[in-house]
Design a protein around this ligand. Structure first.
Ligand SMILES: Cc1cc2nc3c(=O)[nH]c(=O)nc-3n(C[C@H](O)[C@H](O)[C@H](O)COP(=O)(O)O)c2cc1C
Ligand code: SF4
Ligand code: SF4
Length: 434
C-alpha cells in the first residue's frame, strides 16, 4: 500500500482526508469517532465570538436534490456556525488534540470584521494546541447578512485585511476558506495570498434554492411557510469546485499557494481529481453526513491502490493535471475524432439517435430494424451520444490518424497542432489592413 502520509503546511496527518467544518466536526464526541474511523484531520465546526451563541432554526435545515435512484446528489443547508458556547468548544478541541497528536485539528473561525474581535479569539484558539486556523469567509446564508462569511469573502480587500490581522496575532498556519459565490475566484485567492495566507481552501457552499413546495409555495426547507436561500454542497458542486481549484493552481499570481480542495468529494476518485488539479489535500462534508464516517476507509484504500497501480507517490499526484488545464483558444483544432457504435453492445434504445438528431448534427441513422449507425460525413465529434448512451463503452470516440480523410470536411487530418489563435477564421489572427 502506498503511504498516504500527508504534509500540508507542515501539518502532518496519516492521510490527506480531512473532515470539513460542518456538523460532523461540531463536537468532541463526533471528532473522536471520526478519528477512530480513520480521518486524517478535521476542521472544527466554525466558532463565533464570545457571548451568547447563534440560534439555529428549529424547523428543517436541509433541501435535497436526488438522482433517479434517490441517491443524494446535493444538499442545501440553512445552518449557521456552531450554536454551542465558545468555551465548551475550545475545551473539547484541546482535549481531542491532546489525545490525537498525529491528526490534524484546524479551528474554523468567523467573527465580525473588526481587528479587536479577531485579536480576542486568536490567543484562546492558540491555547488549545490546534494545528492551525481556517477563516470562514464562505457561508452564504444567515451569517453573511450580519456582515460575516461570504459577505467578507466577496470583497477581496476585506479578505486581505482580515488575513493580515490573523497572521499578526496568530503564529500557526492560516487557511482562508473561499466562497464560490463570486464571479472570478482568482481575485479572492490573490487577496488571501497578499494578506499572507498560508493556504486557501475551497469551496464553501453555493447559494441556492433546491426546490419549491408546490402546495404551500414556499422554498424548501420550509420554515412555517417561508424559506430562504441556503448553501449547496455534495457531489453536484464538484465540477464548480474543481474548476475553481484549477483556476487558482494555474494562476501565476498565486502559483505555489497551497490549496485544500473541498466540494463533493465522495469517493477516492473525486479526491484524486482534486489532488491532480493542485489541491494538497481534500476536505469532505456531505459524503460523511450521508454515508457516515467510515466512508473514509474506501477513500484511503482506493487512493492507495490507485497510487500503487500508477507507481506514483502522493506528492507526485498533487498538481499532476495542472499543466494540462489550458484556455479554449489553445486546444488543438487538428485533433479529429468520430463516434463508433459497438453493435454487439447496443440495446437499440435509440437515445443516441434522438440526441444527435435533435441537437443539430443528424449524424446517426436508424434503420427500420433499429440498427444505429454513425455517418462520418456529418459527425462533428461532440460525444453527446457517448454521454447519453445507457450502455457504458458501447459508443466510443476514435481518433483519426494524421493524413486520414475527414469525411465531414473533405480534407485529410493535418498532422500538426494548430489552435484558434492562428486559425484563418480568427479575425485577430489576420494581418492588419494596410
Ligand atoms: C450543514 C452544513 C453546515 C456547514 N457549516 C459550515 C461551517 O460552519 N463552516 C464552514 O466553513 N463550512 C460549513 N459548511 C460547508 C462545508 O464545510 C463544505 O465547504 C461544503 O459542504 C462543501 O463540501 P461537501 O460538498 O463535501 O459537502 C457546512 C456545510 C453543511 C452541509
Ligand atoms: S459525436 Fe455528436 S455528432 Fe457525432 S454521432 Fe455522436 S452525437 Fe452525433
Ligand atoms: S444509445 Fe447506445 S444502446 Fe442506445 S441505441 Fe444508441 S448505441 Fe445503442
Amino acid at each position: 500500500m502506498t503511504d498516504l502520509t500527508s504534509d500540508f503546511l507542515g501539518i502532518k496527518s496519516p492521510n490527506p482526508f480531512w473532515l470539513a467544518s460542518a456538523p460532523p466536526t461540531d463536537k468532541e464526541y463526533n471528532v473522536r469517532r471520526a478519528f477512530e474511523a480513520g480521518w486524517g484531520g478535521v476542521v472544527w465546526k466554525t466558532l463565533g465570538e464570545e457571548g451568547p451563541p447563534v440560534v439555529n432554526v428549529n424547523g428543517p435545515r436541509y433541501g435535497v436534490i436526488y438522482g433517479a435512484d434517490r441517491r443524494v446528489l446535493g444538499i442545501n443547508n440553512i445552518e449557521l456556525i456552531t450554536d454551542r458556547p465558545l468555551q465548551t468548544n475550545l475545551e473539547e478541541i484541546a482535549a481531542v488534540k491532546a489525545d490525537y497528536p498525529d491528526r490534524a485539528v484546524i479551528v474554523s473561525i468567523m467573527v465580525p470584521c473588526e481587528e479587536a474581535a479577531w485579536k480576542a479569539i486568536l490567543p484562546r484558539v492558540a491555547e488549545t494546541g490546534a494545528d492551525g486556523i481556517e477563516l470562514n469567509f464562505g457561508c452564504p446564508h444567515g451569517m453573511s447578512e450580519r456582515g460575516m462569511g461570504s459577505a467578507v469573502g466577496q470583497v477581496p480587500e476585506y479578505i486581505e485585511m482580515v488575513t493580515r490581522w490573523c497572521k499578526e496575532h496568530y503564529d500557526k498556519p492560516v487557511i482562508v476558506k473561499l466562497t464560490p459565490n463570486i464571479t472570478d475566484i482568482r481575485y479572492p485567492a490573490r487577496a488571501a495570498h497578499n494578506g499572507g495566507a498560508d493556504a486557501v481552501s475551497l469551496i464553501n457552499t453555493v447559494s441556492s434554492i433546491t426546490s419549491v413546495n408546490l402546495d404551500n409555495f414556499s422554498p424548501e426547507p420550509s420554515i412555517d411557510g417561508k424559506g430562504s436561500h441556503g448553501g449547496y454542497c455534495g457531489a453536484a458542486v464538484k465540477p464548480i469546485a474543481l474548476n475553481m481549484v484549477a483556476e487558482i493552481a494555474r494562476d501565476p499570481e498565486t502559483a505555489g499557494l497551497p490549496i485544500s480542495g473541498i466540494g463533493g468529494v465522495t469517493t477516492w476518485r473525486d479526491a484524486a481529481e482534486f489532488l491532480a488539479l493542485g489541491a494538497g489535500n481534500v476536505q469532505v462534508c456531505t459524503a460523511a453526513m450521508t454515508y457516515g464516517f467510515k466512508v473514509v476507509q474506501e477513500m484511503i484504500s482506493g487512493l492507495s491502490d490507485y497510487l500503487d497501480d500508477k507507481g506514483m507517490t502522493l506528492p507526485e499526484l498533487i498538481g499532476r493535471s495542472v499543466p494540462n488545464v489550458t484556455d479554449w483558444q489553445y486546444l488543438n483544432l487538428n485533433y479529429v475524432t468520430k463516434a463508433r457504435i459497438d453493435q454487439e453492445d447496443c440495446i437499440k434504445c435509440g437515445r443516441c439517435y434522438a440526441a444527435c438528431e435533435d441537437t443539430s448534427h443528424q449524424a446517426i441513422t436508424m434503420s427500420a430494424d433499429r440498427v444505429f449507425e454513425v455517418q462520418d460525413d456529418e459527425c462533428v465529434a461532440c460525444n453527446l451520444c457517448v454521454n447519453v448512451c445507457p450502455v457504458e463503452g458501447c459508443i466510443t470516440m476514435e481518433e483519426l490518424a494524421p493524413g486520414a480523410m475527414d469525411q465531414r470536411t473533405g480534407k485529410p487530418v493535418e498532422p500538426d497542432y494548430a489552435n484558434w489563435t492562428t486559425h484563418p477564421n480568427n479575425p485577430a489572427s489576420r494581418p492588419a489592413a494596410e
